[in-house]
Design a protein around this ligand. Sequence first.
Ligand code: THG
Length: 381
Amino acid sequence: MTKNIKLNMSRRIRRTPYTSMVEKHGVSDFTVVNHMLLPKGFKNSVETDYWHLSKDVQIWDVSCQRQVQISGPDASKLVQKLTPRSIKKMETGKCFYIPILNEKAGMINDPVLLKLDDDMFWISIADSDILLWAKGFALGLDLNVNIEEPDVYPLAIQGPKSEELMTKVFGEDVKKIKFFNFRIMDFMGTKQVVARSGYSKQDGFEIYFKVHDSHFDSIEMGEKLWKIIWDAGQEFNISPGCPNLIDRIEGGLMSYGNDFTNENNPFECNLEKYCSPDVDHHFIGKEALKSVQKNGIIQKIRGIIFDGEACSGIGQPLPVLSDKNKKIGQITSGIYSPRIKNNIGLSMILRDFWEVGENVTVQMLDGKKRKGIITTLPFPE
Ligand code: THG
């Protein structure tokens, strides 16, 4: 229906230093995240890209993962206010997945936090304006911090051959970077943050590419970085890519704004591991989270495997029904998995129906009904 309708570009939809590169590689679709372009597909199908990602290496323009930089004497105090996850023991060089809640314990982001120094953090955000939220809070509390969006453009190198490729470009020390850690590495005389992380279930790295010297143009340097990696990647069968929907859903990686919103608390999103209200520190939403804990939750994100014709990625939520035709949830990310050989999806599901093995019905946009079953996240191997 809405296929083939073009998005009208403007300055409000920001390009990245790699946009002209992905255009050269034949990008077919974009979405907009944090007011910036994110490629959604290239020449190959999502399925072809999925198999490629699981055996080779891909280069992704994920510049839309914007950094909210918090620095200054009160930086760690402010960061700690923003999340239930304790950063007391966090060391420089670590990445933490941190839920950010509003005062009602609703999720407003699920970023990756990087500790660059005792008084310097980056919050690598999902799609919502945390910069304004943090600034408002800092102003209200009169904290001694600086908050800005630096010129950082993350480039992800994902797939099992990413370590070999990254070693070729950045040197042997790449191999010492453990999952959710980063190191500062040299690129043409500039210092770059290189982390072992990424929005896939494969091995992978994220280069938080930053232009340090103002006489270098960020587009020129970004293109240089892309080209050097591209050329070095030829022997590893590198291809341009983007977060892969099949890999993401199978791996249970959630997407803010799609699979959960500020209407959901972190327990509903399976994030209790990072969100105990019984921690020493105060954080925004703590009282509300305590009452959620006391009262229990009524829904939770689950996986669903559902039958029928291969689903090619859904643009709108699909209702999930009980055997009595009552709406018990909706699939917010869904696609055919060639590994599971059936359609898979993520859905918030009401408590009485969230047990693994529960039979449900998925209603397609044309009204047709498909048989489904509740499963664990990540999806079974
Ligand atoms: N990388 C960076 N920034 C990001 C994302 C990213 N910002 C937006 C978005 N993605 C944030 N969401 C996630 C969700 C999951 C993960 C990372 C970012 C992730 N989770 C690991 C997992 O589930 O296997 C575990 C993380 C942990 O618990 O340590 O990787 O992708 N820079």
